[in-house]
Structures are given as C-alpha cells and as structure tokens.
Design a protein around this ligand. Sequence first.
Ligand code: PLP
Ligand code: ZN
Length: 419
Amino acid sequence: MSLSLSAEQPAVPDVADDGVWLECIECGETFAPFDDVRYTCDECDGLLEVRYDDLPTFDDFEGHGVWRYADALPFESGVSIQEGSTPLYEVPRLEDEVGVEALRIKHEGMNPTGSFKDRGMTVGVKVAKELGVGRLACASTGNTSAALAAYGTRGSMETLVLLPAGKVAAGKIAQASLHDARILEVDGNFDACLDIVQELAAKGEVYLLNSLNPFRLEGQKTIGLEILEGFLTDYDTVPDRIVLPVGNAGNTSALYKAFRELVQAGELAEDDVPKLTGVQAEGAAPMVEAIQNGADEVRRWDDVETRATAIRIGNPVNAPKALPGIRETDGTAVAVSDEEITDAQRALAREGIGVEPASAASLAGLRKLRVNGVVDDDERVACLTTGHLLKDPDAAAAAGGDPEPVPADTADILEHLKQ
Ligand SMILES: *Cc1c(COP(=O)(O)O)cnc(C)c1O
Ligand SMILES: [Zn+2]
C-alpha cells in the first residue's frame, strides 16, 4: 500500500518535472505536476500526493520559516509573508497537571494570519501562479479564507471565499474582507460550501485551495518537521506523540507524509515515528467514529455542531490519507465536549498561550487520554494549537470573566478591590 510507513520510494515516472510528480493514493496513476489543473485522479477520483525523486535529510534544512524546508517542497521559494518558525512553548504547570514526561505546545496561532493555514498557502498560491490560473477560491470555516485572502492579494491574485452563513468567527471574516477577498455567505454548512466550490473548480471557474489540493499539504508538512527538530534540539529525541485537532484531516495527513518521507530517506526509524493522535468535538466526530469502529471509510455526518467552529466538519476530505496515518503510527482519535474544549482553552490561557476553541481540542483530548490511560506518564508529547485567540473574540470573552464596572474614582476603586 502506497501510504504504509514502510513503502518503498517509487520509480520516477516519465511525467515527472524536475523530479516532482503527482500520484494517486488509490490506483497509483501518475501525473505531471504543473501542466494541467488537477485536484484528484483522472482515472478513479482518488486523492493525489506530491512525490519527489530526491527525499530530504535533516542536514538539507537551512534558514528560517516554511522555506527552511525547501528540499522537502516542490519549489525553492513561494509567495511568502514569513510563515512558519512558530514557538514550541514549554508549559511546566500543564505538564505536571497532565502528568507526562514532557509537554510542549506548538502554537500555530503565531503565523502571519494567525493559523497554520499560512504554511499551505505559501506553497499553494505559488503553484497557482505556476499554473497561470486566474481566480483563487476556497470553502472555509474561516481560517482558510483569511490565509487565502492574504496570500492571494500578496501574489496579486483575485480571491473568492465561500463561508457558511452565521458560523464563522468574527476575526476571520474581518481578515478575509480587509485582505480584499470577495466573500460569499452561503446558506448551508461548510461541507455544502466545499461541494459548491469543488463544482466551480471542476467548471474551470476557480483554482481550488482547500486541503483537497495536494500542494497545500506539502507546506503543512513543515509543522511536523519543526516539531521534530525542536524536540531533537531540546530532548535529543523526537516526541512519542503529537496530538492535534482534526477537521478535514489535512494536517494529520501532512504530518504523516512528512514522517513517511523521513523514514523513506533513512532519517527516522519506523519505530520512532510519533503517534498521530487526532481530536474532534463530540458534535463533529466522523474520524473518531471511523477509528473506533476500525472502519476503512468515514461516514459523512450531515448535522454537525460545536463551538469549535474551525473543526465543525462532517465530511473530512482527507480521511483516506489520515486514517492510515493514525493507524500506521499506532495513534488514536478521541472526541471531547465543548465544555472540555473551553476548559482547555482557559488552561492554555493561564500559561499565557491564547488559542481559539478548535486549537484547545488538542489539550482537551490529551487530558482525556491520560485519564483513560491511553497515554502513558512516560511519554513526551507535543500538542498542536492551530489558531490564535483573537480569531474568535466572542468565544474568548465568553470563556473569560466579565469586566467589572466601577466609578472613575481611586477611593471607590480601592473600596471595590476589597470585595
Ligand atoms: C483548519 C483548522 C483546523 C482543522 O485542520 P485540518 O487540517 O482540516 O484537520 C483546526 N483548527 C483550526 C484553528 C483550523 O483553522
Ligand atoms: Zn486513481
């Protein structure tokens, strides 16, 4: 199977361009990477992956940000706003509370537009320029649209975003709007928006930059590479486990691909690959259902609800890439309640780390798996926090305490503070 950890490096097909090609994960058909616009396999509609004749080693990486990892990417540089090189915070109090050997928080909210989506867009928008397409588009629960708007305008391209009406956090719409995207508010949920934008893309109206686009996942691989390098520097070993929120499962797929490529290059032992551990909200947990039932396919959930709007997704498009990733790394998936998510958001905030609700799902999931005994006390763990607190100011205000009204008078305020 092409997605197994022990898969051999495939032979370079004739269609390869400078050692890069696209390959279907289902039937193995190969395609030239930049000749035509293509998101899925012509033969079987399966998901595509980018392949390279030359796999990177740690020694190849130099410089800063996403493009430090150019040797693991299809280009030397992209349309950049200095994405990547995000902090890998120590959290000693949380580490004690959760009870693991080491806990670090990889805070992707510290990217230029405040989420990891920037890492995918720096590569994806570069590919769009390479292909010479006119208009960029995505369906989004918010962060993809903010990132695409910023990278699109940075690359002097027109951007169209489809958002589920009433279900996108305020900060994200504000970003998409100010970065000059045309915003369509669709009377339907995210999955409906994605169906429509895929149809627009199939008609050649737009270039699709959802995580169905295999090039975006290439950029997102760099999260995994940064975490590995960070742990190697600080602990002299890679983490035992990476816990991350799951929506369309693009990150889960991207991290797995990064690790697979390092294994194929002989840079990482198969036994050392971190256990990929996905967390979903109880009201939108089709991946968790599939993992727990041992199913080969994910059942689409038509009605999804959670205050973690960034992962309010019922039909994770990258499931065929992510399910093998979770299974082959001996990971797992777990669902958490909205209350557990908000609790974790508060706990991270008390460490000075401001994240949006979906991001806090990772810590909430880790806590639950420690209580269940799935995660051992001797594990070194990285939790991924995917987006910044200011993305969803309403959720942050609701999770925090209320301001206290006082008169503009020092004596009154001193009196008030005694209460
Ligand atoms: C996009 C997003 C996710 C979901 O990531 P997938 O790669 O689709 O699983 C999680 N959290 C935040 C903040 C996001 O913006
Ligand atoms: Zn195919």
